[in-house]
Design a protein around this ligand. Structure first.
Ligand code: FMN
Length: 240
């Protein structure tokens, strides 16, 4: 008999149980037990059972997740310095981010840009922000020599744009509407927010360069939802 817990719930609750489990980690439960109407006795010897009444409102998810954590604590994965980079990547992927397209112009004035989620606010006074660029980027020298760059925060409808700017295509700007402000760094039309920056400092850091920019101008849209990135997948905001 499995030592993992089972969940006993009424039929009406089934969809919500499945939804809560997909958030908590489905493998934590030995079984999801659905009782039609009144609760019935189901094979659950040796395994903890949570009886879930329908319509518990907002307490529902908390009850299910709390029960699972207590009855079957999750095994944490561990990274040690020097061990595999994949595990470190997975650990870092636990930090949910937005998605941006960072842009600049090359020596001939052509627009360049790539998808980046390494964006962070740094300072309000002076106004500083940063992003990290892989040293392997084909655009490394273009960003290094440019005196300006822009960071465009994508909204939920711009996932295709994120895809275009993450691929090694020749002209990523072909089907994307953009404009230039004072410095010429491409501002994607309709982005959730755009920050036009003067390059303040470029810091060497391992296999990346950290570009710190002084914000010259920002424009943002206060109503739309952001495109999110978490555990290697695009996500959307979910409000309970
Ligand atoms: C969601 C997402 C986030 C990314 N974040 C970064 C980043 O912060 N820095 C980076 O150098 N590359 C990042 N990349 C990878 C680049 O977008 C990708 O390698 C791009 O094609 C590089 O093109 P380039 O070599 O022409 O610069 C990210 C890709 C995705 C899909």
């Amino acid at each position: 008999m499995s030592s993992r817990p089972s969940i006993l719930c009424a039929a009406e609750s089934r969809d919500r149980v499945v939804q809560a489990l997909s958030g908590a980690g489905p493998s934590l439960a030995a079984a999801v037990i659905v009782a039609g109407g009144e609760a019935v006795e189901i094979e659950a010897f040796g395994a903890p059972v949570l009886v879930v009444a329908p319509d518990q409102g907002e307490a529902f998810d908390t009850a299910v997740v709390g029960f699972l954590e207590k009855a079957a604590p999750r095994e944490a994965l561990v990274y040690h310095s020097g061990s595999d980079a994949r595990t470190l990547r997975d650990a870092l992927g636990c930090f949910a981010t937005g998605v941006t397209v960072v842009t600049t112009r090359d020596g001939e004035g052509l627009p360049v840009g790539l998808t980046a989620n390494s964006f962070s606010a740094v300072s309000l006074d002076p106004p500083l922000i940063l992003f990290c660029l892989a040293k392997s980027s084909s655009n490394l020298d273009r960003f290094r020599t440019a005196e300006h760059f822009a960071i465009n925060v994508l909204h939920i409808g711009q996932q295709p744009t994120s895809g275009v700017f993450a691929r090694s295509t020749e002209d990523r700007f072909q089907d994307v509407a953009w404009e230039a402000w004072d410095t010429g760094a491409p501002i994607l039309s309709g982005a959730l927010a755009s920050f036009e920056c003067a390059t303040h400092e470029v810091v060497e850091a391992g296999d990346h360069l950290v570009f710190i920019g002084r914000v010259l101008r920002a424009r943002f849209e206060p109503r739309r939802d952001p495109l999110l990135y978490f555990r290697g997948k695009y996500r959307r905001l979910h409000f309970a």
